[in-house]
Structures are given as structure tokens and as C-alpha cells.
Design a protein around this ligand. Sequence first.
Ligand code: ADP
Ligand code: ADP
Ligand code: ZN
Length: 225
Amino acid sequence: MPDLCGKGKTWNLLITGKPGSGKGTQASLLIQNLNIKHISTGEIFRREMQSDSELGRQVKTLVQKGELVPDPLTNAIVKKALQAKDYPHGFLLDGYPRTKDQAVMLDEMLQELKLKLDGVIQIRASDQTLLSRLAGRRVCTNCQETYHIVSHPPQVEGICDKCQHPLIQRPDDQEAAIKIRLDVYNEKTRPLLEYYQNQGLLWEINGEQDPESVYQEIIKKLGSD
Ligand code: ADP
Ligand code: ADP
Ligand code: ZN
């Protein structure tokens, strides 16, 4: 296993893929093992909705329908997270950027902060796989830990192992919202793959394996970077 977090080593990474491809699952493993900051725009929006903040109320209808939150709002959230500079070992942006405008804005933010991306992890999985992962996904209403009723069930049905709060199905994991999210991905997010491919930053990862094997494939790429 290569030494990925040796002295002074930092990783500035993106993780991208269709809804349900396993971004969040891999993100938790990466942030723990590389000791980097997790910036998940989806998670930030869900937390804001949960606490019924002004921002949460603003984005709720869009998120629950499976539509994207407008770029200016999303960019502002990421800018704040990056400007905090509280990530001595680097960061992992999860679910951002999702549009070309966001990608361009991210480049500007990084330039301003004198930071560079080390790589873009693309988790690939077939639509059939995504659909069964999304249908079985359950999330904790308190700590947002993610489960799957078949591949990663909690010890007690419907209850979070970590904090004992109830698990729910995300409103945007219902069929109608899933369809919108896949269409949005194909139209707005897929073009970013070429954008990062052209910069020599794209790492394609086979997301059809069990989570540990997916993780090992990512680590191998990091080690050979
Ligand atoms: P998934 O993990 O299923 O791909 P996320 O948790 O990343 O979904 O995102 C959930 C929802 O939050 C999106 O469908 C969208 O409404 C909103 N969202 C998250 N990230 C962004 C983004 N970068 N731009 C616009 N909207 C976003
Ligand atoms: P994303 O963040 O891309 O939307 P998640 O990480 O939330 O995806 O994963 C979606 C669902 O699939 C979750 O229920 C998760 O437990 C499950 N899952 C994630 N990765 C795998 C995998 N490699 N094999 C089987 N199930 C997985
Ligand atoms: Zn929990």
C-alpha cells in the first residue's frame, strides 16, 4: 500500500458520478484515511433543510424534485468552505461541480487560493446498478450516515448504528425524482468529464465492485499519481 498521507502530503480531489454510483460511500473512506476535508454540497443542502434555515427553505423544493440548486447559491457555499482554509491535508469535493459554470467558477476559486486539483475520481456504474442502489438507500435523519437495505443494512432495521436515530428514504430517491436527476446528470454534469479529461485529471473507476474493491482501485490511482 503506497504511503498516501506522508509528511506534508496534501490531496485536493473531486469525486463525481451519477446519483447512486457510490460517491458518498467512497468519500467517507477517503476523508478518514487521507485526513482531508469533505465538502459535499448535497449533504450541506440536506443539513440546511433539516434545520429549516433560510437557505434550507430556499433550496428544498428543487432538491426534493431532483433539480439542481442555482449555480450562484451553490458556488457561494463552496467558496465559503474553501476560503475557510481548515484543511491542512487537502479536501474532497463531493457532488460539486455539477455544471460547466460551477467548474469554471471552481477553477477561479482555486486560482485565487493558489490551490490545484490533483485528480477527479469518476465512479462508473450502469443505470441498472444505480437504480437498485437508490431504491435501497436509507439515510440517518440525524447524522446522515448512509445504508442500503441489502448491501449495507443497519444492525436494527430502520435505526442508525451510529446514533440510534431513525433512517428514512430520501424524498429525491423516489422514482420521479430519480428520473429527473439522471436526466440532469446526462445534460449538465456529463460534459464535465471531457473538461477534466482534457486537463489530464480524470480517473475512471469501476463502481460495479463491492465498496472495498472500489476504494482499493481509487487508492491505486492516487498512489500512481
Ligand atoms: P447524489 O449523491 O444522489 O448524487 P447529492 O447528495 O450529491 O446526490 O445531491 C442531492 C441534491 O442536492 C441534488 O439532486 C441537487 O438538488 C442538490 N445539489 C447537490 N450538489 C449540487 C450542485 N453542485 N449544484 C446544484 N445542486 C446540487
Ligand atoms: P452517491 O453518493 O453517489 O449518490 P452513495 O454512496 O450514497 O451514492 O450510495 C448509494 C447507495 O448504494 C447507498 O445505499 C450505499 O450504501 C450503496 N452502495 C454504495 N457503494 C456500493 C457498492 N460498491 N456496492 C453496493 N452498494 C453500494
Ligand atoms: Zn445516525
